[in-house]
Design a protein around this ligand. Structure first.
Ligand code: NAP
Length: 305
């Protein structure tokens, strides 16, 4: 079996690629960087530029399914032009793929596209399931909503479409954990805002396994990509400090300061999303990492290579 992955060179994509290889699944990937192109039998790179519509049509050779993760990094100041790039990069990527699939003969039967739990309205109490119809009023929720709608268009081409609403991904290779570790390491880690906001985290290995589970079982629809036991920001900070052998002693960082320093982007750290993993578990998926402490111990005590 061969899959085409967009964003394969990123944090999540590289872990999904590794898992595909462990399972004997070959990977074609699309990259916007010519210097990331490789040509191995199980890892073949193809160039594309979603903003101009350029794509190497050979990327579909032998491909039965597409995993779509590509998009400009959201962790940058949200200027007007950055917002445009963050949104357009995701929509353009899917549109370019849609056009190629509609013009060329292919054997692709499935699309699994990334989304984000930031789509759910921020709440300290409400548990969010995949059938939630309300969306948050933040910029990231707008991006996730439009991203999911662009993925849904692939049903017109008779593809099975699944979308994974990804939570806070914990990885030893970067992302949110690297940002959280730094202040804790220097003994200045502190909860953000009230610290009561929910953080629906997931170990990167389980997230990669969810994508493969959806692929192997031909699942369709929306699935939350979060672990079964979300924690508050305060608990996350304290557990991280505990696993690192550090203490948290500073008062919480006030929400007002975060809003001044981060602008609208503060919604990323102050927003509260309590999200359920029940639906994916009901399809037979079992998590390796249910306990946050075990996930952190695994990631922080692992050699990064
Ligand atoms: N990590 C998280 O906690 C999290 C949470 C929720 C949702 N997500 C979403 O899941 C996806 C994968 O996340 P990640 O953490 O692996 O992201 P990442 O490390 O930033 O990787 C994203 C990949 O997208 C490609 N890319 C960057 N700018 C692009 C553009 N303008 N047009 C087309 N492709 C572009 C890059 O690949 P090339 O350089 O090879 O082109 C990059 O490696 C992202 O879209 C992200 O928004 C992530």
């Amino acid at each position: 079996m061969r899959v085409l992955i967009t964003g394969a060179t990123g944090l999540i994509g590289s872990r999904i690629t590794q898992l595909c290889h462990e399972k004997g699944i070959h990977v074609n990937y699309l990259t916007t960087s010519k210097d990331k192109l490789e040509q191995k039998e199980n890892y073949k790179g193809y160039y594309w530029n979603p903003s101009t519509g350029e794509i190497d049509a050979a990327c579909l050779d032998g491909v039965g399914a597409i995993i779509n993760l590509a998009g400009e990094n959201v962790f940058q100041p949200w200027t007007k032009s950055a917002r445009n790039r963050i949104l357009r990069s995701r929509i353009n990527s899917l549109n370019v793929l849609h056009k190629l699939l509609s013009e060329q003969e292919h054997e692709v039967g499935q699309l699994i596209s990334a989304s984000a739990i930031g789509i759910y309205p921020s709440s300290l109490r409400k548990m969010h399931y995949e059938d939630e119809t309300e969306i948050d009023d933040s910029f990231l929720a707008e991006v996730a909503d439009k991203w999911e709608k662009a993925a849904d268009r692939f049903t017109d081409l008779n593809l099975r479409v699944a979308k994974v609403r990804i939570g806070l991904v914990l990885s030893e290779k970067g992302g949110a954990l690297a940002q959280m570790k730094r202040p804790v390491k220097y003994n200045v880690g502190a909860p953000l805002g009230s610290g009561d906001q929910w953080q629906s985290w997931i170990h990167i290995e389980d997230l990669a396994r969810i994508f493969l589970h959806i692929l192997e079982n031909g699942l369709t629809g929306v699935y939350n990509g979060v672990a079964p036991k979300p924690v508050t920001n305060k608990e996350l900070t304290e557990r991280l400090a505990g696993v690192m052998g550090k203490k948290t002693w500073l008062p919480n960082v006030p929400a007002g300061i975060l809003k001044v320093v981060m602008g609208d982007m503060s919604s990323v750290v102050l927003g509260s999303q309590l999200v359920s993993s029940k639906k994916i578990e009901e399809t037979g998926f079992t998590f390796y990492y249910v306990s946050l402490t075990r996930a952190l111990e695994d990631l922080l005590h692992k050699k990064t290579g």
